[in-house]
Design a protein around this ligand. Sequence first.
Ligand code: PXG
Length: 454
Amino acid sequence: MTNTKEIQAIDSAHYMHPFTDHKGLADKGARVITKADNVYIWDSEGHKIFDAMSGLWCVNVGYGRQELVDAAAKQMAELPYYNSFFQTTNVPAVKLAEKIIKLAGDNYSHVFFSSSGSESNDTNIRMVRHYWATLGQPERTVIISRNNAYHGSTLVGSSLGGMGGMHAQGGMIPGIEHIEQPYHYGLAPDQDRDAFGIEAAGWLEKKILEVGADKVAAFIGEPVQGAGGVIIPPKTYWPEIQRICDKYGILLICDEVICGFGRLGKWFGSQLLGAKPDLMTFAKGVTSGYIPLGGVVVGKRVAKVLIEGGEFNHGYTYSGHPTACAVALANIEILENEGLVDRVLNETGPYLAKKYAELAKHPLVGGAETCGLVAGFVLIKDKVNHTHFDEDLGVGMICRGHCFANGLIMRAVGDRMIIAPPLVTTIAQIDEMMGLIYLCLDATLLDLKKLGAL
Ligand code: PXG
């Protein structure tokens, strides 16, 4: 039995958490998670919680998969670690690279491995700048990204990302530009959605012309923005972004850290949304979060130049980590054997979409949208006039509090409430999750009335 108070006291004394206000945490005490199974987690006080965020967007095959434990144990016993530097390789890394290329399609030939999404985006920037330098265009260094994007927490990742709060701490690397995100409901709810998609993609062209096309190395974007609040672009957006990148010869990087490995109902989100990126960042779902692994799927256009261009002075101790790669292979096998990616596309994704269309009728819910098994909505004061709640009210936090209290992990990003449940979530479990969402929304509504905010 875990002694919750004792663990909380030690936690507070010694464990520095990511993205956390430590004073607030010390006052309340951290929630101690002790076990998990399928789509549920349990805390040290025995509360069962529906994890509608798949951990942190990653536990795609759900918790408690013995196959992944066995794969790790077997590989650890045989060859726990060896590096891929100095003309060496290992079997799981080779097999995983081959597998990922098969899933990614004809456009791609190579995979570079890291241990996280942040490291992979670092790799991307070094790759694209080195690519242009090798081609004799070293002045092409600028990367265009988007407001509210999340590309990681290393200095390159946070600079690429569009989060002001992160830029304010530690600064930014030079040569990164940002354009507005394709947030239809937030920016232009009265405009035709598809027309807005074209307009939003056009902001990329404007930025390219402003910077000078001969200075721009690449554009980077998440197919569906995740941490920024699940911003699902209009269907016109990505094909137009692709057209603009092609027009100026600019490399396209899709950050598939959340969207990859089935989240949107395809192996990669760009396959669903109509883009053909030159580079794809992956992490999270590749191992369902059981062990850290990330990487970059490298398109033929870039791979050819990098391979012919001599040594690429870049790599990590854990690039191609055999145990992590063995777990990833077992994870992909589960996704394939259980048809989970197709199930998201044809069954659970459409079912969740139907449920969210119904949810839109709730008085607090604006702009409810889904794509595969990610979904989001805005807690809105007046949906006819698109009036938002006062920011100081912290309406998202009020709702999140009710979610915690009622055994549901649903994230708040400002006034947006978002979910990304495991891909193994069944239809019955979607019903269960929706029941909890309604419960929490009704409790939030009551609070807001009591506070006189409505
Ligand atoms: N790209 C994307 C699209 C991500 O979502 C990263 C890169 C960085 O991955 P690593 O493995 O370095 O963390 C991510 C990570 C949130 C939240 O608040 C999301 C992430 C990380 C931390 C918090 O939703 N995504």
